[in-house]
Design a protein around this ligand. Sequence first.
Ligand code: S3P
Length: 180
Amino acid sequence: MLEREFANITLIGFMGAGKSSVGKKLACALEWEFIDTDAAIQDVMGISIPEIFERYGEKRFRSEEKYLVKRLSNLQNHVIATGGGLIINPENMELLSKNSLLIWLYASLEKIRERVGDNSPRPLLKRDWEQTEALWLKRQPVYRQADLHIDTTDKDLEEVVNSILAELKQNFGNRIPHAQ
Ligand code: S3P
């Protein structure tokens, strides 16, 4: 049983873990709002994530993420799907964990590769798989700090959402609306 108050649910995890699709479906099940940090940044900047990286570099993207997280920390009843690297900044992690339940969507590296393929538009997957593996390994201890861990490796979308709803119910009972 988790002893933790929270106003939002934030999904963290590596690229290809399914944060956006799971987040949308989870928000629907809870009758909460959904926000995707990559989509929000693309809206603000008016260009795609690959274009942001190409034109302005990763540093600028990370500062957009940081700015957005400050705004997100005032939300309530939102499911927030984060970009895979957002939580790596300890300040972002600290701010989000203040009012969010953090859920780590884990997937094995083999499964990530299967899901995203070799032609992903994601800027950080344009490197070779050895570099991706190094990044995946480096980030595991950070993701592991989440309140709940869901292994998505052998689950489809519906199974992942149901696992989350079951964990919520087990930990928080009826305090989460419609979590059944
Ligand atoms: C990134 C993950 C991407 C996106 C950007 C950087 C990362 O989001 O934010 O390309 O550093 O892991 P997804 O995790 O939704 O692919």
